[in-house]
Design a protein around this ligand. Structure first.
Ligand code: AMP
Length: 112
């Protein structure tokens, strides 16, 4: 999607601290981390928000929790714990309109 910063990262047009990539997902460190571990798990296909997730979107997102589990293992936080967050829309503070899963960990997280 033209003008989408995460699509530009997927396309390699702008740099990111990439940790993992397969044919469907890319994972990189958040540029403005809220915790010691703050990863973004991003489907390569553009979907702007959870509001746009239809059957095709479900296919695009299929397996995202498996990627999150493996990234938690790689970062060594599976046992200590982690939080997965998806922001949808203005009140949730979604700023990048390309669906993504935040993986937050590495220290005690503030309660929701
Ligand atoms: P959200 O509020 O869920 O839309 O979160 C978007 C996240 O993307 C924020 O935590 C930003 O810090 C992060 N972000 C924005 N631009 C970049 C970038 N170029 N590289 C890595 N993370 C980014």
């Amino acid at each position: 999607m033209k003008g989408c910063i995460f699509c530009q990262i997927v396309a390699g047009e702008i740099p990111a601290a990439k940790l993992y990539e397969d044919d469907r997902f890319i994972v990189f460190r958040d540029i403005n981390p809220l915790y010691r571990v703050h990863l973004l798990i991003v489907p390569k296909r553009h979907i702007s928000s959870v509001n746009e997730v239809d059957d095709a979107g479900n296919e695009v997102l299929h397996g995202i929790f498996g990627v999150a589990r493996r990234m938690a293992e790689k970062e060594g936080v599976s046992e200590s714990g982690y939080r997965l967050v998806v922001n949808a829309g203005k009140d949730a503070g979604q700023v990048v309109m390309h669906v993504h899963l935040h993986l937050l960990a590495g220290e005690p997280l503030r309660p929701l």
